[in-house]
Write a protein that binds this ligand. Structure first.
Ligand code: C5J
Length: 220
């Protein structure tokens, strides 16, 4: 069983029981000219996660590990968009409105797609999630239980929102999560640091945190 140097202590990887979960690496969050950028965010802070995540994705595929991608977004008729979520933030443009890459966070629109560098391939489930957490209102748990997955290697954006929410949901369902710090990102560096600190605090209250190089070494 490969032991991965992680915080707060070593993570014992069981490759046959592990899945790579890549959260919301979508064009609208990561690309210049997308929703995130229109709101005034510096997308470079998220784009730094693409290359290390790509390396982890290739290693997971080579190791025949289950890979699951998620996308945050809504039905075109917005029937699954809670009015409170739509109103939140008083934004100049919000979910469902026309944006630079099609309607914001609407399934089927270009901005909702995963960035080309991390595009899913055949056989990799893509979970379309209406919430921040990947377990809420999705079949993610059924897919994981069906494949006897007990460990999640977690990458994606943003560290403090969808990554943290998903890790907390996973923890409550009995999954062990290893979050790869350089494969996550936030528009706010202080939230990125705090988001990772909250996961590994108190003896790993929600999971483990490690640089991706340690996982790559264990898989090679
Ligand atoms: C994600 C968000 N994916 N920040 N969404 O974190 O709204």
């Amino acid at each position: 069983m490969p032991s991965i140097g992680a915080a707060p202590y070593a993570f014992d990887l069981r490759p046959a029981a592990a899945a790579l979960l890549i959260i919301d690496m979508q064009r609208d969050f990561l690309e210049p000219g997308g929703f995130g950028a229109v709101l005034g965010n510096d997308v470079a802070r998220l784009r730094g996660a693409i290359a290390p995540t790509r390396a982890v994705l290739e290693a997971a595929r080579a190791a025949a590990m289950l890979v699951i991608h998620t996308r945050e977004g809504h039905r075109p008729d917005l029937a699954d968009l809670p009015p409170a979520k739509r109103r939140r933030g008083n934004l100049p443009i919000g979910i469902g409105d026309p944006g630079p890459m099609g309607r914001i966070l609407v399934r089927g629109e270009p901005g909702h797609d995963i960035v080309p560098e991390l595009a899913p391939i055949a056989g990799e489930p893509v979970i379309d999630k209406p919430g921040k957490g990947a377990f809420h209102a999705t079949d993610l748990e059924a897919i994981l239980r069906g494949r006897a997955i007990a460990q999640l290697i977690v990458c994606g954006v943003t560290t403090e929102v969808c990554v943290n929410t998903t890790v907390r949901e996973a923890n409550d369902r009995g999954f062990d999560c290893l979050v790869l710090e350089d494969c996550t990102g936030s528009y706010f560096p202080e939230f990125h640091a705090a988001g990772l600190a909250m996961i590994r605090a108190q003896g790993g209250i929600f999971g483990w945190v490690a640089p991706s190089a340690r996982l790559l070494a264990a898989l090679s």
